[in-house]
Structure formats: C-alpha cells, structure tokens
Design a protein around this ligand. Structure first.
Ligand code: ATP
Ligand code: MG
Length: 557
C-alpha cells in the first residue's frame, strides 16, 4: 500500500477517480489560484493541500496561478509571500509560476469573440443604474437600453475602451445572457471594466481589466485544468463558468467543483479582516505569531508537516464548518512532542543560592535531548552556586498536595541534585526575592538517604545561562466566533491580553546562538520556537503551544 492509499479520501477524490476510470481524463491537472491581495491564511492551506495533494495522489500536476485581475489591491510583496508559503508547505507547482495576466491578450480575444457572436455588448449604464436594472432575488432585471447595439458598434466601443478612450466607470463590457435569470450571476454579468491603473505584471499595457468570473474559467481552460476546485461561495457562479466555456473557442473543458471553506474559532480567516488587524496595528505584521496566516503560524513554530496533517485531519466536505482551534494546536503538539529537543528555560526567575556549594565551582550535568528518542543525543547544563527557578515553583504557603518547593522541603532539580529550602528572603514589600537552599552531594544520579524529595522542578544556572525574552500568546479574539454578532464589529472582540512578554527569562546556556525557526520543548513549560528577531546574545522565543490543552479546561468552567 502506498502512502496515498492510507490518506483519508474525500468526495473530490471520488469524482476524479471516476473520471479517470471512465476515460473522461487520463491526467489530472489542478491549480491553486490565490489573489495576491494579502498573505495566505490557514484556510488557504486547506485549499493548497487539497489542490496539490489531489494532483499528487493521482500522479497529476498542480499549477500555481496568481489571480491578478484587480491591480488596485495587489502587490509584489503579497506575491512573494504566497510563493514562499506554498514552498514552505512542501508543495511544488508545475512549470513556471503563472498569472491570469499572462492571458490578458487571449481573454481580450475571447471578449471580442463574444461581441462578434452577438453575446456581449458595451453598456453605458452607470454602476448605480446597472445595479437598479439588475433587479434582485424576487424581481427580474430589466434589459439595459444599450443591449441591442450592433456588433460593429460594440467592436468599435470595446476597442476604444481598450485604448483609453473612456473614463473609468463610464462604460463596461457585459455578456448578453438573460436579465430575468433566477441566478443573478447570469443577468448580463460584467466582463471588463475600465481601470486606469498600472499593473504589477503588465505595467501600463492595459486600462481595461477582466472580471474574475470571465478570467477564471478561461485561464483554467488555457492551462488544461481538468478539475477546478474552489470554495462553496462560487457554487452560484458555476452556471456562468459553464456558459463561458460553452460559448468560447477554448482549448479544453475544465469543470468546477466546490468544497466547504475552513473556519477556525477564536480567529478570522479573511484576508480583508487580517489586513485590518495589520493596518490598525492590533498585531505587528502579517506574520505576527498570533495571526492565522501561514507565515504567522510558521513564526509561531508550526511545522509544514503539522499544518498538512491538520488539513488531512479536518477532511474535505461540501459544507462550511468551524473547526476548534484545539485541533490545530493538537497537530503541532503531536509533531513537537515527537521531534522537538528538550531544554530548560526559567520564564519568571526566582533566585536560589545554594549556600553549601562553593563559589566559582561549575559542574556539568548530562541530560537527554529527548526522553524517548536516544538518537537525538544529549545536552549538558552547568550547575553553579547561583541558580534560578520558576517563581511559581515556590509557595510560602503551599496548597494541598504541593509537589514543588516550600520552606523546609526538598525537591530534585531536574537532572541534577536534590536541594532543600532553608530560608526565604523577602523585600520590603513582602515579595519573595531569594531562596537560600542547600544541596545534597550524595544525590547526583542517586536517591537521597532517609528522606524523599517532593517533586522535580526545572532550573538554570544564574551564572551561566542565556538571557531571553519569552512571548506568550493567547487567542486573538475573546469570542469563539468574532464574526457572529451582526450589531458589533469583529474588532471589538480582540483579546487585549493576546500577548504577554516575559523579558527576564533565562535558558540553558547550550541554546545560545540558536538559529530562528528552531523549536524546543521547554520542560514543564510548553513548546517554543526561536523568533526571527533573536540575536546571539539575547534569544527571543515564541510560545507555539502549551504542553496540554489547558484552554479546553478553562472553557469548561
Ligand atoms: P479571503 O476571503 O480570505 O480573501 P479568498 O477566497 O478571496 O479568501 P483567494 O486568494 O481568492 O482568497 O483564494 C485562493 C483559493 O483559496 C481559492 O480557491 C479559495 O476558494 C481558497 N480559499 C480561501 N479561503 C479559504 C478557506 N477559508 N478555506 C478553504 N479554502 C479557501
Ligand atoms: Mg478571492
């Protein structure tokens, strides 16, 4: 059995399997068609995995095509980020990167073809008038007074449109289909609009741009796409997709299939809304680790395998659904539990002085990099007189069943000695600022004689460790569905505590100089990833995810 056979299947795979068995196609060609008007998000990852994964599964190919018919909102920055995200996820597109704008000449030719056939006309209705003529779901539309222009007049006017002879908005090219069609998309849809704007790929060559619906299917046909997979909101556009293919001399007959969009709770998956979060400085950038963008997830510490596994696990269906954020987190936790080396980092340090340990002495302890995977080898950590432990691992008045440090109690420092807390030092405000402890020299790799440590806690040497900043992230929104409230804007539900920065953290010295995008499990604390702003001297860590799904517990309360 090959790897593909054991992957979960879906209804699109079934359609393709049937097409191949029935000889409808002998090779599968899909495409991923992002509009470069923002960074890709986790919803796009689902589409990427579906399009590239489906092609792979059936031995076909997948194109990467930028759907660039809207230069007002598009940019090279977005193009570059999308290319980088698709590559990072581990997918390879067929041939060169493609652009809908590569086909502007052909599309123009198709428009002329429709005019010649009496199936398209230049309409001078203003946008407001056109909307009024269009009717609505209960009222049929009315024919435009310009609908019966002659082929010659239309050819001439369209040529003039192309040559910049008209002001933007003063006219448009429309298909002549049926103004009374129950499907609004068939009420003489617009094919071309005037836009005096330079384009990131074609420069100033064009001042008319095709509408998405007119461009998409024809680009599919020109590329020999067999299965044009898109999200459900395009279902009502399918009759128009088919109308163009039937009425144009296109070289292939692609078909459109729709699947349900991915939504995840406590976040938003819409480029427009994500852009607003960036523009309003709610987050620092598109790749802020709180963002559900692919680049944000990457910076947060997600791996390509974890994102792909998540997309496999949620499956592909014909209905839109909302997936629990916990599922995405479980996917990265699974991956990092197996693959991330362990390390110790004290995030909120409390000073511990080992009073019976000589000054200037340093001893190195060997710890496994992974408790279950010996092949990962070992790491060494220095033990010295001045140590740091986690503030929350000490309690003056311990709760019942306390398994950490308190006065007069012994605990093991992970991988090193057993220590006993002898004295608690406080500042003027009654805060605990230091613990005076003793260590038991006989407990190196051995249990103590005659007493039992309460628990095991993590630690670092205060004398020899690396300073770091630890960034703790929480949900970006306080509401599970920030879009649900019709009265209130999603921005009102932004979680003001989505980022907590701990700037006094210290990690074991072996981590010094670790390159960005390296992941660790900080023992007892969570999974962390080195941020791109890290320096040799001062590491910056992003918390990818906690060790366990603590959020689920909070919600149940
Ligand atoms: P957005 O609303 O976020 O701007 P979009 O659909 O306009 O998304 P495109 O760049 O046009 O973004 O999307 C490229 C492809 O990704 C399309 O085929 C689209 O259907 C798919 N896609 C976008 N969002 C999702 C999602 N949430 N789940 C699954 N597929 C998606
Ligand atoms: Mg779109």
């Amino acid at each position: 059995m090959s790897e593909n056979d054991i992957k979960p299947s879906n209804f699109i795979h079934q359609i393709i399997e049937d097409d191949l068995n029935n000889g409808v196609h002998n090779k599968v060609v899909t495409r991923f068609p992002p509009e470069p008007n923002g960074y890709l998000h986790i919803g796009h990852a689902k589409s990427i995995c579906l399009n590239f994964g489906t092609a792979e599964r059936f031995g076909g190919v997948c194109n990467l095509r930028f759907d660039d018919t809207n230069p007002e909102k598009e940019s090279q920055e977005y193009i570059d980020s999308i290319i980088s995200d698709v590559s990072w996820l581990g997918f390879k597109w067929d041939g060169d990167i493609r652009y809908t704008s590569d086909y502007f000449d052909e599309l123009y030719g198709y428009a002329v073809h429709l005019i010649r056939e009496g199936k398209a006309y230049v309409c001078d209705l203003s946008p407001v008038e056109a909307k009024d003529y269009r009717g609505d779901f209960t009222t049929p539309g009315r024919n435009s007074p310009y609908r019966d222009r002659s082929v010659e007049e239309n050819l001439e006017l369209f040529e003039k449109m192309k040559n910049g002879g008209f002001e933007p908005g003063s006219c448009a090219l429309r298909a002549k289909i049926d103004m009374a069609a129950p499907n609004m998309n068939l009420r003489d849809p617009m094919l071309y609009r005037i836009l005096n704007m330079s384009h990131h790929q074609t420069g100033d060559k064009w001042c008319i741009y095709p509408i998405y619906d007119f461009a998409h299917g024809q680009s599919d046909a020109l590329e020999g796409i067999t299965h044009s997979i898109c999200t459900l909101e395009f279902e009502d556009h399918r009759p128009l997709y088919d109308w163009f293919i039937e009425n144009l001399p296109v070289p292939a007959r692609p078909r459109q299939y729709e699947f349900g969009r991915l939504n995840i709770n406590y976040t938003v998956t819409s480029k427009r809304k994500l852009k607003q979060l960036v523009d309003d400085a709610v987050v620092t950038s598109w790749d802020d680790p709180r963002m559900p963008t692919i680049s944000g997830l990457r910076r947060r510490g997600y791996t390509p395998a974890s994102v792909r596994n998540f997309c496999d696990a949620i499956g592909v269906t014909r209905s839109n659904g909302t997936v629990d954020m916990g599922m995405l987190e479980a996917a990265i936790r699974d991956d990092l539990d197996k693959n991330a080396p362990r390390a110790m980092c004290v995030t909120r340090p409390l000073k511990v002085t080992i009073t019976n340990y000589p000054e200037n002495q340093e001893e190195w302890f060997e710890l496994p990099k992974h408790p279950k995977d010996e092949t990962m080898g070992v790491r060494t950590v220095p033990f010295t007189r001045n140590l740091l432990i986690e503030q929350e691992d000490f309690a003056e008045v311990p709760p019942r069943k306390w398994k950490r440090l308190t006065q007069g109690v012994a605990v093991r420092l992970r991988g090193a000695y057993v220590i006993t807390c002898e004295e608690v030092i406080k500042d003027a405000d009654d805060n605990v600022v230091e613990l005076k402890c003793t260590y038991d020299p006989a407990t190196k790799g051995a249990n103590p004689e005659g007493y039992k440590p309460k628990g095991v806690i993590h630690w670092v040497s205060a004398d020899n460790s690396v300073p770091c900043e630890v960034r703790l992230y929480d949900r970006l929104f306080t509401e599970a569905n920030p879009d649900a409230d019709k009265e209130r804007n999603f921005m009102e539900f932004v979680n003001p505590e989505s980022l907590v920065v701990l700037s006094d953290a210290r990690a074991e010295i072996g981590l010094k100089g670790t390159a960005p995008e390296t992941g660790f499990q900080f023992e007892r604390t969570g999974y962390f990833n080195v941020d791109k702003t890290s320096t040799e001297e001062r590491l910056v860590f992003n918390r990818t995810v906690g060790l366990r799904d603590s959020w689920a517990k909070v919600q149940q309360k």
